[in-house]
Design a binder for this molecule. Structure first.
Ligand SMILES: Nc1ncnc2c1ncn2[C@@H]1O[C@H](COP(=O)(O)OP(=O)(O)OP(=O)(O)O)[C@@H](O)[C@H]1O
Ligand SMILES: [Mg+2]
Length: 256
């Protein structure tokens, strides 16, 4: 999940994770944003404290971070991903504490190493990996989602958001073999959707409406799917999950 700041990445990612997990998939939610978001929309509350993953990291003789001996990607997920609702596993790089980034540097380094080795674990092939990336194109460029086969660019119906979305999409499309699709968020009706598509110059695969229950959920520190399971926003995110499944099926057929 990528896009401009505040576009709705975390709300959509967290809700998708819950929907997929309820459908029986093994979901690993991957949170590389150093600011809060995903844990709230998944429904494990506000992030507190230092990331468990810091236990996986140590410094070598040159003062560079590495994974501790004996900790590979499978063990890192098993030990340091936390349990969320519906059986979701949540692996986090960590959130910047008030005193600055230093206390989480080990975890951030361990996270980057672990996500680059998820493909070594054969049992993960049947899992669904769902990442919530920080705003902007930088993390795509620096390969913070090597597990992704599809980038979902979230845009709002404003010129500024669409411009940012197009830039993010262009960076994502430089990666070989990935799909890049757009989702409109806070799109109020057909006119808004048409407006977004005109600004983007291509279609969106889903359009999540502005929904007061999403804002309410945030105020209550609850997941949108727990606070308002039948809301318009959650219903559309369910449709989005279906659309992404068809896309994955189609591209599997094409590549076969
Ligand atoms: N469809 C919607 N209707 C109403 N409120 C929404 C909707 N989508 C998101 N919001 C609210 O907008 C804010 C931003 O959403 P969210 O945190 O998901 O964006 P983000 O792209 O992850 O932001 P960041 O770049 O800061 O990580 C939140 O307060 C969220 O509750
Ligand atoms: Mg976010």
């Amino acid at each position: 999940m990528v896009g401009k700041g505040g576009a709705g990445k975390s709300v959509i990612a967290g809700t998708m994770a819950r929907i997929l997990a309820r459908d029986g998939e093994r979901v690993l939610a991957l949170d590389s944003d150093l600011l809060p978001g995903l844990s709230l929309s998944i429904g494990v509350g506000v992030d507190g404290g230092l990331p468990p993953l810091r236990e996986a990291a140590e410094k070598n003789e040159d003062g560079r971070w590495r994974l501790k001996r004996g900790i590979g990607p499978a063990r890192a997920v098993q030990r340091y991903a936390t349990a969320g609702p519906d059986g979701i596993r949540l692996l986090q790089a960590g959130k910047i504490p008030p005193e600055g980034i230093e206390p989480i540097m080990g975890a951030v380094n361990a996270y980057y190493r672990v996500i680059h080795r998820l493909n070594e674990v054969s049992s993960f092939e049947s899992w669904t990996m769902l990442g919530d990336l920080p705003a902007g194109p930088r993390h795509i460029a620096f390969d913070w989602a090597p597990y992704a086969s599809t980038y979902v660019v979230v845009v709002q119906p404003t010129a500024q958001s669409a411009l940012a979305g197009r830039r993010v999409a262009r960076v994502a499309r430089m990666r070989a073999g990935v799909e890049v699709v757009f989702v409109a968020n806070r799109a109020d009706g057909a006119a808004d959707v048409a407006h977004v598509e005109r600004l983007l110059g291509e279609p969106v695969i889903a359009a999540v409406p502005p929904d007061p229950s999403v804002a309410e959920a945030e105020q209550l520190s609850r997941a949108p799917i727990d606070h308002a399971p039948g809301s318009d926003a959650v219903t559309e995110i369910e449709r989005l999950v279906g659309a992404l499944r068809s896309l994955a099926r189609d591209s599997a057929v094409t590549s076969a």
